[in-house]
Design a protein around this ligand. Structure first.
Ligand code: NAP
Length: 259
C-alpha cells in the first residue's frame, strides 16, 4: 500500500529501550538501515542485534553537541545518508514544585528539549544537501494537552518540543524536510513499569480503550510520518493514546465504568 522505505536510513535516539526500541525495531522491519542511539552502547547494541545486519549501535548523549554531530557522521559513514531522524530520547523524573531543584529542571529541559534541537541540528546539513528528509519528534500528551503532578519541567519540555516543531517545519519546508511529532499517551515501557502497578492500573482505567498503548502503536505512526505518502504533512502532532485525553468530566469516566 505504501511506497517501500527499504534501503533508507533512520537515526533513532533513545533507542536502547521503550518507545525508541519499538521505533527502531519497526523501522528495521520496514527495511531501513537503523542507527540505534543511546548513551549506553551495550544496550543499543542489543537492540541493533535484534534488528539484524542492517542496524548498528552508536553511543551518544543528546545533551552534548559533539555527541550529536558524531551520531550524524556515523550514520553518513556507515550508510551514506540520513533520510529520517526520530528524535525520541527523553526522561521523566518526577519532582513537585517546591522540591524541584534548578538541576532537576535543567536536566529534563536539556535532555528532552535541547536534545531535540541538537539532534535535529546535527542531521540538517545532510538533509539539506539531499533536499529531503523526515524528522519525527517524540513529544507527549503531557504538557501540550494534559498535566500531571511532578511533571512541570517534563510538561514544559514536551510542550516546548511542539513549539520547536512548528517553526522548524516552516523553516525546513523549502528543503522538502518535514517535521512532525508523535504524542503518546501512557505507553507500556520499561520506564513506565517503573511508575508502579497502581499508576499503570489507574491510568488504564481512565483510557476509553481500557489499556495502555504499546511501543508499536507509536512506532507505526512514526513510520507513517516517515513515509513518502506523508510528504505533504508537516508541523503536525498525532495523539496516540487510546482516547485518554477525551473524557471531559468525571461523569464521562463513570459512563466508562472507570470510577
Ligand atoms: P525509557 O523507556 O525510559 O527510554 C528512554 C530512552 O532514552 C532510553 O533508550 C535511554 O537510553 C535514552 N536516553 C535517556 N537520556 C538520554 C540522553 N541524554 N541521550 C541519549 N539517550 C538518552 O522511556 P520511554 O518511555 O520509551 O520514553 C521515550 C520517549 O517517549 C521520551 O521522549 C518520553 O518523553 C516519550 N513519552 C513516553 C511515554 C510513555 O508512556 N512511556 C508517554 C509520552 C511520551 P540510555 O539510558 O542508554 O541513554
Amino acid at each position: 500500500m505504501f511506497t517501500s522505505l527499504e534501503g533508507k536510513t533512520v537515526i533513532v535516539t533513545g533507542a536502547s529501550k521503550g518507545i525508541g526500541r519499538g521505533i527502531a525495531l519497526r523501522f528495521g522491519q520496514a527495511g531501513l538501515n537503523v542507527l540505534v542511539v543511546s548513551r549506553r552502547l551495550e544496550e543499543a547494541e542489543k537492540v541493533a542485534a535484534e534488528i539484524g545486519p542492517r542496524a548498528s549501535a552508536f553511543a551518544a548523549d543528546v545533551t552534548k553537541t559533539a555527541d550529536t554531530l558524531a551520531m550524524a557522521q556515523a550514520a553518513l559513514d556507515r550508510y551514506g545518508a540520513i533520510d529520517v531522524l526520530c528524535a525520541n530520547a527523553g526522561i521523566f523524573p518526577a519532582a513537585k514544585l517546591g522540591d524541584m531543584t534548578e538541576d532537576d529542571f535543567d536536566l529534563v529541559m536539556d535532555t528532552n528539549l535541547k536534545g531535540t534541537f541538537l539532534s535535529v541540528s546535527a542531521v540538517l546539513p545532510a538533509m539539506k544537501a539531499a533536499k529531503k528528509g523526515r524528522i519525527v519528534i517524540t513529544s507527549s500528551i503531557t504538557g501540550p494537552i494534559t498535566g500531571f503532578p511532578g511533571w512541570t519541567h517534563y510538561g514544559a519540555s514536551k510542550a516546548g518540543q511542539m513549539g520547536f516543531m512548528r517553526t522548524a517545519a516552516i523553516e525546513l519546508a523549502p528543503w522538502n524536510i518535514t517535521v512532525n511529532a508523535v504524542m503518546p499517551g501512557n505507553i507500556l515501557t520499561e520506564g513506565m513499569e517503573g511508575m508502579g502497578e497502581a499508576y499503570i492500573a489507574s491510568t488504564a482505567a481512565c483510557v476509553p480503550m481500557k489499556k495502555l498503548g504499546s511501543v508499536f502503536d507509536i512506532a507505526n505512526t512514526a513510520l507513517f510520518f516517515a513515509s513518502e505518502e506523508a510528504g505533504y504533512i508537516t508541523g503536525q502532532g498525532m495523539v496516540i493514546d487510546g482516547g485518554q485525553v477525551l473524557p471531559e468530566s468525571p461523569m464521562a469516566l463513570d459512563e466508562m465504568g472507570a470510577a
